[in-house]
Ligand binder design. Structure first.
Ligand code: CMP
Length: 138
């Protein structure tokens, strides 16, 4: 069935000038952009968004990184969106990401890994609703 996932182009990829190249990969892979914005997370936003990781040793660094500069957030639509998008972006650690994946091409480290992709349909809905109101989704 056609469904949705949520993504962010993270501050490292924005700083490095990869917004256009990453959106090209996303659209060429058949994802339809149904919502998108150029924005910046506050510390509170990042802490809430990543609350599931709050006990992890990398949490404070992750929040600092994700608030270090602007991001692009988007909701994407495609059949099998969550799984297919995770295949397109590759493993969390770019050193383990498959050839041709977005993280292999554009990420620098396990933390500064260029893009986010939701890990389940349930989280895709939660994350999309965190970033967008109904009037911003087309
Ligand atoms: P993502 O999977 O989008 O969401 C959680 C983020 O935490 C992940 O991307 C990385 O940016 C970061 N992360 C995950 N594991 C580690 C790790 N071991 N060390 C540092 N950062 C990590």
């Amino acid at each position: 069935a056609t469904n949705r996932t949520f993504t962010m182009i993270k501050p490292d990829a924005v700083k490095n000038g990869y917004i256009g190249a990453i959106l090209e990969k996303i659209q060429t892979a058949g994802f339809k952009i149904v919502a998108m914005k150029y924005t910046k997370l506050s510390k509170g936003d990042a802490e809430t968004f990543y609350a599931v990781h709050s006990e992890r040793p990398f949490f404070n660094d992750l929040v600092a990184f994700m608030t270090s500069g602007p991001i692009v957030s988007a909701i994407l639509e495609k059949s099998n969106a969550v799984e297919d998008f995770r295949t397109l972006i590759g493993a969390t650690n770019p050193e383990e990401a498959a050839e041709g994946t977005i993280r292999k091409l554009f990420a620098g480290s396990i933390q500064e890994n260029a893009v986010h992709g939701s890990d389940s349909d349930e989280n895709a809905a939660i994350e999309g609703a965190f970033h967008f109101s109904g009037r911003e989704i087309f």
